[in-house]
Design a protein around this ligand. Structure first.
Ligand code: SF4
Length: 341
């Protein structure tokens, strides 16, 4: 995947009162990115697109730079205590992106420049719970890597948590541009996770993302830089030849990961599921999709927020779970499988 270059940018005027806002402004100007101003990062008008597909594509090339006003962080159970609000969205176009249902029709990329206020709030949450450890998730509403070369926000965040005795950070990415983060003083306090899938699934459904091989190479670099490493294998699909495809993924990991990365390694395994709403969104944006979303083949499961999801039938779930657990325990006996859902 090529480096993300916005087609247009919008700034809240207040963003230029922050050094980071000015830096981003100058960088984008030097790249000849057309820049306009907007009253609010929450209500950006002026992104073109007459069909849902066009509006979606244009939004994915639009960067909005703003100041985060709310000081409260959303909770992020069960994986962390809080979401760390650094940015939203991502330029890639995975057909099953979990953000498609939460960010609306125009999921433009948003970054916040008042990082010091955000860190101060994180510090308050950490102090409230100390000496308990407080975990923050940095990818609840975004993939934070593609804009990192323009903002440096993730680097600063990793170093902030590197200095925390009782605060920890985790995020996940499908991207491979990790070089600028390798020198950050993380102090082992950031778990750097990659979202992976079988190569055939990535090629088919994860548009404008790096290949499985490239992500694994990036994971190797991150592990060599001493970061605790994790993988989310998601969504796992059940299709003819699925076992070989996932076997191949684990073999690639086995080949590429440095030995020292294997001790403190985590895996999160998520089988494919969809809600009615997600299915409708996906069909709007990718009318030709071949994603398996036939309700009659699935089991309906009520969710905790009043909406239900379609998951694989129990016997399929059992087969996926057992197969992946066996394969992983053979390949990475020291790794921890955090959960399978
Ligand atoms: S990389 Fe992640 S955030 Fe970006 S489109 Fe794909 S699933 Fe969504």
């Amino acid at each position: 995947m090529n480096t993300f270059v916005p087609k247009r940018a919008f700034f809240e005027p207040k963003a230029l009162e922050y050094p980071l806002g000015k830096e981003i402004y100058e960088r984008l100007q030097a790249m000849n990115v057309p820049i306009k101003f907007t009253g609010s990062h929450n209500r950006v008008t002026g992104i073109p697109g007459t069909t849902p597909q066009e509006a979606f594509r244009e939004a994915k090339r639009t960067m909005v730079v703003g100041v985060r006003k709310s000081t409260e962080f959303a909770t992020c159970k069960p994986s962390a205590h809080y979401q760390l609000p650094l940015n939203t969205s991502c330029p890639s176009m995975c057909e099953y992106c979990y953000l498609a249902t939460t960010l609306g029709k125009k999921p433009y990329l948003r970054v916040y420049v008042n990082t010091e206020n955000i860190f101060a709030q994180a510090q308050r949450y950490i102090d409230e719970r100390a000496p308990e450890i407080t975990w923050f998730e940095g990818a609840a509403t975004s993939d934070p890597i593609p804009t990192e070369y323009l903002t440096g926000i993730l680097y600063k965040t990793i170093e902030f948590f590197g200095r925390q005795e009782f605060g920890r950070f985790r995020f996940v990415t499908k991207h491979d541009q990790v070089d600028t983060l390798l020198s950050a003083k993380h102090n082992g306090h950031t778990r750097f996770r990659f979202s992976l899938n079988a190569a055939a699934i990535i090629a088919k459904y994860e548009h404008i993302t790096p290949s499985m091989q490239d992500r694994v190479i990036a994971a190797g670099k991150v592990a060599s830089a001493g970061y605790p490493l994790g993988f989310i294998i998601a969504p796992v699909f059940y299709f003819p030849g699925w076992q070989d495809e996932y076997e191949n993924l684990f073999a690639t990991l086995q080949e590429r990961l440095p030995v020292e990365a294997r001790k403190n390694l985590t895996f999160e395994l998520i089988s494919h599921r969809f809600t009615k709403r997600a299915k409708n969104n996906i069909l709007d944006l990718f009318p030709e999709t071949t994603l398996p979303m036939e309700e009659s083949e699935r089991k309906f499961k009520y969710g905790q927020f009043g909406y239900g999801k379609y998951i694989y039938q129990p016997e399929v779930m059992k087969e996926i779970k057992e197969t992946l657990e066996i394969k992983l325990s053979r390949t990475f006996p020291e790794a921890k499988i955090e959960y399978f859902v």
